[in-house]
Write a protein that binds this ligand. Structure first.
Ligand SMILES: *Cc1c(COP(=O)(O)O)cnc(C)c1O
Length: 400
């Protein structure tokens, strides 16, 4: 297999919380030659994907694909469901929640938010009073980041839905599922979610460049009524079945579609979304065990103290007073393990983030943890044993 740049032999471990490792089958799909997007074979393949996508999101009424990154899906979700100047509630839960909120404000919407928190999940209590006080129903959407990739927290979406219902509030429920699709349980229909947006480079194990908005009937209705100017990212023209050019707002990303076909096949062949969610839970538990092991004799600490609040996708490891950046560089440049740096400004240089999502298995995970641990050893950083507890965790949950 190819090594990463500047590295000798062997595999390069992408343990960032996106982009993630890409299976060879998905990569090879990008080598397929060009084909006319109106070719019946291509259209039939896309139609097949379109029939499968609603279930991947746990019961969407329609799914719109966008040839853009998660930011494009954010923008699309806002401009397709709001009138100019509308108020939106976007809880302040970390870097991604903040960025989406900033986008809403720069697009001219009125931003409503709770007090910032970065060491727990967003709770129903963060929005309950705000919604109850909004008796005029000026807030038209509640926008929640499911897995906050900067902190490692995951939201209980059913509980958030219940809070919106308890306030008897008609706002749309919009969820950023970029770092949770295929990783965390996601029941769009049962949990009354109106929009789930997602992107290709996390749980779907693809390169970046493709994103989605999965929609409920309510979201589709709202979309017909609202008047925010939009063109390329508009959903309406993308609904027309058959007009494949318009379904993608322009030339379809043909090779991304071949790759998506492979990714969906891989997920199906390995037990489907539910099995994928279960695998991510196991990997997360093993990483948590490793960090707890390091923490027995060092400053290492999982950013989200309450295990119930932790996502299965990523772990943000706080490094106390230690500078995390030499560790990140050494792990990457010498030991072939790439992890994410701190994203929260208050943790700048004092945390790293291990992604445990996408195309992964036990030896890859242990290899990544071992690479990090080796870098810690070379740098003489204080730590307890991380690998033995991770191995014990994986063994205990192996099902054998
Ligand atoms: C990665 C990520 C995004 C941003 O996706 P881009 O493709 O970088 O625009 C948005 N939200 C969450 C939760 C993410 O993890």
């Amino acid at each position: 297999m190819t090594a990463g740049p500047r590295r000798v032999g062997g595999r390069y471990f992408v343990q960032n919380p996106g982009p993630t490792n890409i299976p060879d089958r998905v990569l090879e799909a990008f080598r397929r030659p060009a084909i006319d997007f109106a070719d019946p074979e291509f259209v039939a393949m896309v139609d097949g994907i379109w029939r499968e996508l609603p279930d991947i999101f746990g019961g969407a009424d329609k799914v719109v694909a966008l040839t853009t990154v998660g930011h494009g899906a954010w923008e699309s979700a806002l401009t397709n469901t709001l009138d100019p100047g509308d108020a939106v509630l976007i809880p302040d839960c970390g870097m991604f929640g903040r960025r989406w909120a900033r986008m809403a404000r720069e697009l001219g919407y009125e931003l409503v938010r709770n007090e910032r928190h970065t060491r727990r999940r967003t709770e129903p209590s963060d929005i309950a009073d705000i919604l109850a006080a909004d008796t005029a129903h000026r807030i038209r959407s509640v926008c929640v980041v499911h897995t906050e990739t900067s902190t490692g927290a995951v939201v209980d979406l059913a509980a958030m839905r219940a809070a919106i219902d308890a306030a008897d509030h008609p706002a749309l429920f919009v969820v950023d599922g970029v770092c949770s699709l295929g990783i965390e349980p996601l029941q769009m229909r049962d949990w009354g979610i109106d929009v789930v947006l997602a992107a290709s480079q996390k749980g779907l194990m693809m390169p970046p460049g493709l994103s989605f908005c999965a929609l409920s009937e309510r979201a589709i209705e709202r979309n017909r009524e609202v008047t925010t100017p939009r063109f390329h990212l508009a959903w309406g023209p993308r609904f027309e079945e058959g007009a494949i050019y318009h379904r993608f707002g322009g030339t379809p990303p043909i090779q991304h579609m071949f790759a998506l076909r492979e990714a969906l096949d891989i997920i199906a062949e390995t037990g489907g979304i539910e099995a994928s969610v279960a695998r991510h839970r196991r990997w997360a538990a093993a990483v948590h065990a490793a960090v707890d092991g390091w923490a027995t004799a060092g400053p290492w600490e999982i950013n989200i103290p309450d295990p119930e609040h932790r996502t299965a996708a990523i772990t943000c490891v706080r490094t106390g007073d230690l500078d995390a950046n030499p560790l990140i560089s050494l792990a990457r440049d010498r030991f072939n393990v790439s992890v994410g740096s701190a994203m929260l400004t208050e943790l700048d240089g004092r945390a790293f983030r291990i992604g445990h999502l996408g195309d992964l298995n036990e030896p890859m995970l242990l290899g990544a943890l071992g690479g990090i641990e080796t870098a810690m050893t070379v740098l003489d950083l204080p730590r307890g044993e991380g690998l033995p507890p991770a191995i014990a965790s994986l063994a205990a949950t192996s099902g054998l």
